[in-house]
Design a protein. Structure first.
Length: 199
């Protein structure tokens, strides 16, 4: 996970989304060349399509956050970026045409969609965003991977409060299906991956 941006300059070729994002999550060895791809953005577009044209808040400043910002722009969203490191958040926002928002104000921003691209919540206790007035009518994509039997605190809170919560495992399966196709040339459905995870 921490190498999505660091490995990019080492590629011989970058596919379009990886070139735009300057972040990769898949390396395909092809004819002696290293080809970098990014399947995260495609997964975000598919999972967040219902929020097209609305205000989206992305938490985080790493490669996954970059993929989310780019994908949400393609959906016509107004994108806000917030991270603990204000300098990195400002740089990411400037590079991808988003607006940087102060970390301390993230819970009060008028977002319809929230994407958590931080590791916050992977301990099963922490939450990347303080309590908000209401989750009803809002969508949350939490990229933290957690089993369905033990959702992250953010996913649990949003689901209980009437919002639409998309767990990280769903995104992982979706982008993973794209990775498998790129690496092997064989298609696998998200349903097949999810079925294996529950076995």
């Amino acid at each position: 996970m921490p190498a999505k941006e660091l490995l990019t300059p080492l590629m011989d070729e970058l596919h379009s989304s990886a070139r735009t994002l300057r972040a990769i999550n898949t390396i395909v060895l092809r004819d002696g060349r290293r080809v970098g791809l990014n399947t995260d953005a495609e997964a975000v577009r598919e999972l967040c399509g219902e929020a097209a044209g609305q205000v989206a808040l992305v938490l985080g400043t790493g490669g996954a956050a970059r993929a989310a910002v780019a994908a949400l722009h393609e959906l016509g969203c107004t994108v806000l970026v917030s991270g603990r490191d204000a300098t990195r958040a400002g740089r990411l926002a400037a590079e991808l045409g988003a607006t940087a928002a102060p970390w301390g104000e993230r819970a009060t921003l008028p977002f319809a969609l929230l994407v958590n691209a931080t590791p916050c919540g992977d301990d099963g206790r922490s939450n990347p965003i303080p309590a908000v007035a209401s989750w009803a009518g809002r969508t949350v994509l939490d990229m933290v991977i957690a089993p369905a039997s033990a959702p992250t605190p953010l996913v649990a809170r949003v689901a209980a409060a009437g919002g639409r919560a998309v767990p990280g495992l769903r995104m992982w399966a979706l982008q993973g299906a794209r990775q498998i196709e790129a690496l092997t040339g064989h298609r696998i459905s998200v349903a097949e991956i999810e079925e294996l995870l529950h076995d």
